[in-house]
Design a protein around this ligand. Structure first.
Ligand code: UP5
Ligand code: MG
Length: 196
């Protein structure tokens, strides 16, 4: 049996940039499997008796990035358990530790197609996350204190990773401030290139 090399698109951008929203659209249109690192961590946290539950909750509330061993294991497991071979990895890699862990463990086993980058200024991100919190997201990090910390981490730790992929010519940048439908139009132009 010839096993296909899994194809991966990383999806990056600040808190509330619309990564999850657009990933849902991409899944419908292009048949990718959506793996949100944040969702996988939140699920792991909520498992009864989870070894890392408290650690994960603490990191998320503080807007800090969970050690890569944990995140990478969750991502690898999810990829292995899927019978599909095209993955959107949403919200990862977001710092140097994430990047090193991925490059050491996984990178050689997959094909990285590109990195979709949703560019969104802080005030827009902030308002979206606060709106989501007010609408009952239940996320322990959709509050002003956590949002400041998430933004700080994004600027200091994630932006350099985006710059790293820019240097490799892998960044596909999208203006995430537009309405959802308009953002998706731009996303589609990026994915249509895959068909040709
Ligand atoms: N919305 C979306 N698009 C819109 C648009 N174009 N116009 C108007 N509104 C729009 O959207 C957020 C809100 O905005 C929603 O209400 C949506 O309707 C609206 P969403 O699609 O959820 O945005 P997203 O970018 O996914 O925002 P999210 O809050 O999920 O991003 P984060 O990157 O902050 O969160 P994530 O879940 O990835 O990570 C959370 C935490 O987990 C991190 O802070 C970190 O502590 C931890 N983590 C790790 O440690 N390691 C990892 O690898 C990943 C996460
Ligand atoms: Mg998300």
């Amino acid at each position: 049996i010839i096993k296909m090399v899994p194809k991966v698109v990383f999806v990056l951008g600040g808190p509330g940039a619309g990564k999850g929203t657009q990933c849902q659209n991409i899944v419908k249109e292009y048949g990718f499997v959506h793996l949100s690192a944040g969702d996988l961590l939140r699920d792991e946290r909520s498992k009864p008796g989870s070894e890392y539950g408290e650690l994960i909750e603490e990191y998320i509330r503080e807007g800090k990035i969970v050690p890569v061993e944990i995140t990478c294991s969750l991502l690898e497991r999810a990829m292995q358990q899927s019978d599909k071979d095209k993955f959107l990895i949403d919200g990862f890699p977001r710092n140097q530790d994430n990047l090193d862990g991925w490059n050491n463990r996984v990178a050689s086993k997959i094909q990285l197609l590109f990195v979709l980058y949703f560019e969104c200024p802080y005030d827009v991100s902030m308002n979206r996350c606060l709106g989501r919190g007010a609408a009952g997201s239940g996320r322990s990090d959709d509050n002003i204190e956590s949002l400041h910390k998430r933004h700080h981490t994004y600027v200091n730790e994630t932006k350099p990773i985006i710059d790293y992929y820019k240097g490799l010519n892998l960044i596909r940048q999208i203006d995430a401030t537009q309405p959802i439908e308009k953002v998706f139009e731009d996303v589609k132009t990026v994915f249509e290139d895959l068909r040709s």
